[in-house]
Write a protein that binds this ligand. Structure first.
Ligand code: ZN
Length: 143
């Protein structure tokens, strides 16, 4: 079954994140400081190092891949919704090395920006909320 809700666009931000910032923390801080709790996110740029999550479906645990090298952010796509009463940024990204090889996964803490440009599109109305889902082990949107 597919569940969905119609949403309307609110504010749109175009921004840049400084070198040395933690990418996930920077997005979280931006959302808190601007009062954004329901949004979609996209970004490109380059990182000094990265930490990517892979959700192992059998154990229902994240495995983490540490990439301690400069990489291009060829794509970052994410969303903002509410978890435990706070805005939560959930993003996935694809990174490439100097030979064009790609790595991808769930954006984890420990991904350090070299340079990053982003668009954040807010949605109006009651934000979607995440709740723990027993079947998947993930905190999923309640629709
Ligand atoms: Zn994820």
């Amino acid at each position: 079954m597919t569940a969905a809700r119609e949403v309307s666009a609110g504010r749109c931000f175009a921004g840049r994140i400084s070198g040395g910032e933690d990418l996930l923390a920077a997005f979280q801080d931006f959302c808190r400081s601007r009062g954004v709790s329901f949004a979609r996110l996209e970004a490109i740029g380059t990182v000094r190092k990265a930490r990517l999550g892979y959700f192992e479906q059998g154990s229902k645990q994240y495995q983490w891949l540490e990439l301690d090298q400069p990489l291009e952010i060829t794509n970052l796509t994410g969303n903002v919704s509410i978890r435990d009463g706070q805005p939560m940024v959930h993003a996935h990204l694809t990174l490439s090395d100097q030979e064009g090889r790609a790595f991808g996964g769930h954006l984890g803490p420990g991904t350090v920006v070299f340079a990053c440009e982003f668009f954040l599109q807010e949605f109006l109305g009651e934000p979607l909320r995440r709740e723990q889902d027993a079947a998947t082990g993930l905190a999923l949107w309640r629709l």
